[in-house]
Design a binder for this molecule. Structure first.
Ligand code: G1P
Ligand code: ZN
Length: 543
């Protein structure tokens, strides 16, 4: 078979963001665009020849085309064996699981996570390292550097592989193994959680609804919940992965998972509702007429971890991204375990997990996970909650409220101003940055600023430094305001404003979140002049 060397020219926009290279589908469809980036990945690596690679995606539009191209490029570049999920499907956590299980040199995951899909939607490519986690900055920078100097790429001339049939195929000197996308992951879940206790719960009238939003978790949730845990058929809704996610926005929050929210806030609501995102790494947890804030979820999982067989011996520590609320810190303090604050993005947790410094990690953006893989994991979080509920015999709401009584409640919300103009959004950040030193000591609506900075993080394991990770105003009572621009959007800019206030008084723990945060919302508008720079009075999404 023939290896073709194709001449190409660099694209100047192949810098990976918070989570891989994410662009609109038409961008990826430009001649050479995908190939350049994939070749840049290979060009940035040493000693992968003859080794294993894991490959799969969330099933969105362009997934199959991209997989065939990547397979032929992997063969031409000397990869030994590629494990591909059947149908080209692998959720992000399942890919991480396979990389670790088979000691691959890495994985290529095709996903734009929670962004909409389809011919006009988004597509993305993420590279994961041998620990199963997202490539850290030094790796993504090396890929970006190669993308700026690329002049040719290699591809094997061969027919497409049948991705729908499990088995081994030859592609030049390389073996392609089309594997069951679900089994290894489902086995891993069964090894962590008390499946007997959960099964008993589900057979005792405890009703669960899982909304896979027509995205990748459908087959995983059906196998785990309906098959292994014997929940009634139909427990998993929207469980067929579709190329355009049925036209929806596969992001598990109160806005985009509306169908689920209507069920959980309707008459005769089930006891437990959950959703996951496009590639299966995010989760939303709902009780009957009750929403669990992701920051609280992390804290509650940490506080109850020993109820889960996989963490029965206790956890070594927790890590959260900087904008995530400080609820988990209070649990860590009580348990006397490590607590880390990292920049936004799962890649910052990898070193801490590898070094055994932390067991659980989480982000406010509906992401929670542990050392079982090196990605956040939606179904894992859902099973964790079911395991806790089965052991405690309480409802979601009772568990959360008891947690607040013990640790205090952290009112928390994120306001997103999506698709605003880029330049003024950068100006908003610049003007805040230029005023940082003037904030401490100033009073706003009764809140006195204690600290104001642009968050920077020094990795305690490898000493690498990440700067400009979000502007943070911490007030004397511990309340916080954080401003950052999204690193995953593909249209214009997205301003994220994170708001947090602690309430230790039990009699004041049942307010509506937006009401409880009203003063902080007002302060955010005033000091950042959000209206002036974005032209918007209101955020487009509130979570
Ligand atoms: C967003 C979330 C972040 C998460 C990332 C990938 O990134 O805020 O927590 O890790 O998606 O799921 P952002 O768009 O804010 O850069
Ligand atoms: Zn995701």
């Amino acid at each position: 078979m023939n290896i073709r060397t194709v001449a190409t020219k660099p694209f100047d926009d192949q810098k990976p963001g918070t989570s891989g290279l994410r662009k609109a589908v038409p961008t990826f469809q430009q001649p050479h665009y995908l190939e350049n980036f994939i070749q840049s990945i290979f060009n940035s690596l040493d000693n992968y020849q003859g080794q294993r690679l894991v490959l799969g995606g969330d099933g969105r539009y362009y997934n199959r085309t991209a997989i065939q191209t990547i397979l032929k490029m992997a063969a031409a570049n000397g990869v030994g064996r590629v494990l591909v999920g059947q149908g080209g499907i692998l959720s992000t956590p399942a890919a991480s699981c396979l990389i670790r299980k088979y000691q691959a040199f890495g994985g290529i995951i095709l996903s734009a996570s929670h962004n909409p899909g389809g011919p006009e939607g988004d597509f993305g490519v993420k590279f994961n390292t041998p620990n199963g986690g997202p490539a850290p900055a030094n790796v993504t920078e090396a890929i970006f550097a190669k993308s700026k100097e690329i002049s040719e790429y290699k591809v094997l001339e061969a027919d497409d592989i049948n991705l729908d049939q499990q088995g081994e195929y030859k592609l030049g000197g390389m073996t392609v193994e089309v594997v069951d996308a679900v089994e290894a992951y489902a086995d891993l879940m069964a090894s962590i959680f008390d499946f007997d206790a959960i099964q008993k719960l589900l057979s005792g009238g405890f009703r669960v609804v899982m909304d896979s939003l027509h995205a990748v978790t459908g087959p995983y949730a059906k196998e785990i919940l309906e098959n292994r845990l014997q929940a009634p058929a139909g427990t998993v809704r929207n469980g067929e992965p579709l190329e355009d996610f049925g036209g929806g926005h596969p992001d598990p929050n109160l806005v985009y998972a509306r169908e689920l929210v209507e069920i959980m806030y309707g008459d005769d609501a089930p006891e437990f509702g959950a959703a996951s995102d496009g590639d299966g790494d995010r989760n939303m947890i709902l009780g009957n007429h009750f929403f669990v804030t992701p920051s609280d979820s992390l804290a509650i999982l940490a506080a109850n971890a020993t109820l889960v067989p996989g963490y029965a011996k206790g956890i070594t520590g927790v890590a959260r991204s900087m904008p995530t609320s400080q609820a988990a810190d209070r649990v860590a303090k009580k348990l006397g375990i490590n607590c880390y604050e990292t920049p936004t993005g799962w890649k910052f947790f990898g070193n801490l997990l590898d070094a055994g410094q932390v067991t659980l990690c989480g982000e406010e953006s509906f992401g929670t996970g542990s050392n079982h893989v090196r990605e956040k994991d939606g179904l894992w979080a859902i099973l964790f909650w079911l395991n806790i509920i089965a052991k405690r015999g309480q409802s979601v709401e009772e568990i959360v409220k008891e947690h607040w009584q013990t640790y205090g409640r952290t009112y928390y919300s994120r306001h997103d101003y999506e698709e605003v103009a880029k330049d003024p959004a950068n100006e908003l950040m610049d003007q805040l940055r230029s005023r940082l030193s003037s904030f401490p000591g100033q009073q706003f609506h009764g809140y006195e600023v204690d600290l104001a900075d642009d968050f920077s993080y020094k990795d305690p394991i490898d000493g690498s430094v990440a700067e400009k990770q979000g502007i943070r105003l911490v007030f004397k009572d511990g309340s916080r305001l954080v401003f950052r621009l999204s690193g995953t959007g593909t249209q214009g800019a997205t301003l994220r404003v994170y708001l947090e206030r602690y309430e230790g008084d039990q009699s004041k723990q049942n307010e509506d979140t937006q009401t409880a945060l009203a003063d902080l919302i007002q302060i955010a508008h005033e000091i950042a002049e959000i209206k002036k720079f974005t032209g918007r009075d209101e955020p487009s999404v509130i979570t």
